[in-house]
Write a protein that binds this ligand. Sequence first.
Ligand SMILES: Cc1cc2nc3c(=O)[nH]c(=O)nc-3n(C[C@H](O)[C@H](O)[C@H](O)COP(=O)(O)OP(=O)(O)OC[C@H]3O[C@@H](n4cnc5c(N)ncnc54)[C@H](O)[C@@H]3O)c2cc1C
Ligand code: SF4
Ligand code: SF4
Length: 492
Amino acid sequence: MPYAITQLCCTDASCVAACPVNCIHPTPDEPDFGTTDMLYVDPRTCIDCGACAEACPVDAVLPVETLTGPLADHPAINAEYFAGTEPAAPAEGSPLFHDWGPVRFDRVLPADFPRLDVAVVGSGPAGMYTVQDLLLHTTARVTLYDRLPVTGGLVRFGVAPDHADTKRIGDSFARYLDHHRLRLRLGTEVGRDVDAGELAARHDAVIYAVGAPTSRTLGVPGEDLAGHLPSTTVVGWYNGHPEIAADAVPLDTERVAAVGTGNVALDIARILAADPDRLAGSAIAPGALERLRASLVREVVLLGRRGPEHAAYTRGELHALLRRDDLEVVVDDHDPRVGEAIDAAAPGEHAALLQGVPRSSEVPAGPRRRVVLRFHAPIEALLGDERVTAVRAGGVDLPAGLVVRAIGHRGRPTAGLPYAEETGTIPHHAGRVDGRPGTYVVGWIKRGPGGGIGRNRRDAAETVASLIEDGKYGVIGARPRRGGLLRRLTSM
Ligand SMILES: Cc1cc2nc3c(=O)[nH]c(=O)nc-3n(C[C@H](O)[C@H](O)[C@H](O)COP(=O)(O)OP(=O)(O)OC[C@H]3O[C@@H](n4cnc5c(N)ncnc54)[C@H](O)[C@@H]3O)c2cc1C
Ligand code: SF4
Ligand code: SF4
């Protein structure tokens, strides 16, 4: 019985190297890598050895026979990826092992490589993959800064609390926090407690992994009304973010409109519509759970600007939502283009994912809370006096007492560093910040707010490779050490 990868996959590719028969694809060398929602196991060649499951940091690979309930579709999803292809050939001369080629030790440092003192700013996935790479592959001493009193970034305060397996990647990062070459400086914000110039003067290199912490705005009238929140507030609220109050999300309304159709919009809809008893025991903040128990919300409507063929959610996340028995999912078919696009979609096309999902014209609202997918509904205005009472979308006014925009994130400038306003990123070449020798970037502030946790692993490898090259050529690492900054921060 083969294994299959589930939607928890964060595409870090740890399993690819573990598989002895090359049956997990796309591999980092293949063109599809980075464009698919997840990786897939080819059931035709999997030998059921379980090595992938051991390697996976988020328990996303499971034996097919254990995949039931929301995960029951995944064997077919894995197999579908390989439809029409030949199984990847095992290496010549060995039926069971890759042809790894000649052994290459990319990260062997020359004997005269300087012992670097590196600051990493930000402890989300990008910062932690960077810390891991530096500690495992160099002799650097690392100081990890974060503005919050706890590490984790979006793994802790973004990933939905009912995605326990995904959050578990935080445990594998946490191993490095006790490393003898790592010092932690939590509650220290660059730009507030220390400036970029000061950090640069005190470390041989500084790597910024500060993410993209702000929500993009709608740019429509009524945006300032109470009852309109960015996804960052709602997501932070249910994850217990220390800067977001337990009463930050008003749930005294029957309908919530969530603007956007990405996985974050799906997370928000699922948490707000779930049976609270199913969330008890998850990582949800106790204050949020208490309020969800008293919530008046009956319906969460996801508003997509375009049709179902352009919906931004991934297949795995949608499938998991559709299989929930504590909530109902319906497609709003008031616009005839929606039903037409779904019915006309060929198998494998994005709109085809909604074939078989009940349509709003066919099913009256029942006793369960429901999530409604409404397409061709571009936002035109938020309506209300002081607090939002309705959203105008696609020419229709839809009553809603809470509107959450989940249309993507944006970076923000860090004083003392360059910033590209158009992309919301720090301009760089292979992780080296333009015009700032010894300063580097990684993660969402480097490449923009897209891609899952695992994507940051390769990104960190690129940035650390640039830093090592700069160390080899003497661009960094020749400065006298002074302890003033750390003494000052420690005494704050
Ligand atoms: C709501 C949400 C849910 C997600 N769910 C998933 C999922 O289920 N699976 C998945 O694979 N991917 C998921 N992702 C994507 C994933 O979280 C990102 O790929 C990843 O977090 C980006 O990493 P990062 O380190 O660049 O940023 P972040 O995780 O945002 O980390 C940035 C860190 O920098 C710190 N920081 C910021 N500014 C400063 C400063 N000036 N000084 C000091 N510290 C600072 C912050 O406190 C934070 O700890 C999700 C994203 C979001 C928004
Ligand atoms: S069970 Fe073994 S053969 Fe199958 S995908 Fe995992 S590592 Fe590869
Ligand atoms: S999370 Fe990583 S190790 Fe796990 S299945 Fe996905 S790519 Fe493989």
